[in-house]
Design a protein around this ligand. Structure first.
Ligand SMILES: NC(=O)c1ccc[n+]([C@@H]2O[C@H](COP(=O)([O-])OP(=O)(O)OC[C@H]3O[C@@H](n4cnc5c(N)ncnc54)[C@H](OP(=O)(O)O)[C@@H]3O)[C@@H](O)[C@H]2O)c1
Length: 239
């Protein structure tokens, strides 16, 4: 049976690389995924990415593209309604969209802390809860946390806290959804060369750290037949 994959934060970085990998002939999912739903905010990056994906789609996978801010709860609820109506069941969900604004504790603006929690924690929760409430059956949910959620980092209070909560929430989801045959895996990548990483470490040489394709390969493996043998609530992926 063909499956549908939904990736949030699909306009660049790990999310875009994940979509690219599923489109390729060599993908180990052996053609299981025939529909991919992409979500990001409207941007030139996103438009450029979509044009590139359309032009490099040898398996003719059906692409559904949505422009939405997953940190805006009302907008996210509308988006979920649209996806249910226009796409139907989501089999593989990759909660990848992420936000960070690293500042010292004294400089944390509470509204920005709420925004961080909305994008990094409440959006994954809402996507899972609201799709379940609409009768969705998930085969696999992959939540992208961070090693910063395992060990808190100085200057990254809001980001670290949101990712720690995501790791814990994933464990609860894993326990609660196992009876439905749903696998929930949390991935905690280490340093990966993306725009988000440049915000966290502006002076770092991106060629010395993990590339987004490395993390995408792990996500792809989880959705492939061998992925069901990976029993982990929090999979650390780092170089
Ligand atoms: N890079 C690292 O070192 C690293 C390490 C550990 C974990 N991670 C996690 O990996 C995930 C992917 O990040 P990345 O490193 O690939 O960063 P990235 O290249 O900056 O990509 C982030 C993606 O999320 C989207 N996004 C951000 N805010 C959004 C919102 N409110 N609504 C919808 N989409 C939104 C972005 O698109 P728009 O902003 O254009 O909407 C973009 O597509 C994040 O959860 C991040 O925390 C990254």
């Amino acid at each position: 049976m063909t499956k549908t994959l939904l990736v949030t934060g699909a306009s660049r970085g790990i999310g875009l690389e994940t979509v690219r990998r599923f489109l390729q002939e060599t993908s180990p999912d052996k053609g299981t995924v025939s529909r991919i739903v992409l979500v990001a905010r409207d941007s030139q990056d996103y438009s450029d990415a979509l044009a590139e994906l359309e032009a490099n789609n040898p398996r003719e996978i059906e692409l559904f593209t949505y422009r939405a801010d997953v940190g805006d709860r009302d907008g996210l609820l509308e988006l979920i309604d649209c996806i249910v109506e226009e796409v139907g069941n989501v089999d593989f969900l990759v909660n990848n969209a992420g936000y960070t604004n690293p500042v010292a504790l004294q400089q944390v603006d509470f509204a920005d802390f709420e925004r961080t929690m909305s994008v990094n924690l409440y959006a994954p929760f809402t996507l899972v809860q609201e799709l379940l409430r609409r009768g969705n059956h998930f085969d696999l949910i992959v939540n992208i946390a961070s090693t910063a959620g395992i060990t808190g980092r100085s200057g990254w209070l809001t980001y670290s806290a949101s990712k720690a909560a995501l790791i814990n929430m994933s464990e609860v989801m894993r326990e609660e959804l196992a009876i439905y045959g749903t696998r929930v895996v949390c991935i905690s990548p280490g340093r990966t060369a993306t725009a988000l990483r440049r915000v966290l470490a502006p002076t770092e040489d991106p060629t010395t750290i993990m590339q987004p394709g490395d993390v995408a390969a792990v996500i792809e493996m989880l959705a492939s037949p061998v992925g069901k043998f990976v029993d982990s609530a929090n999979l650390v992926v780092r170089r």
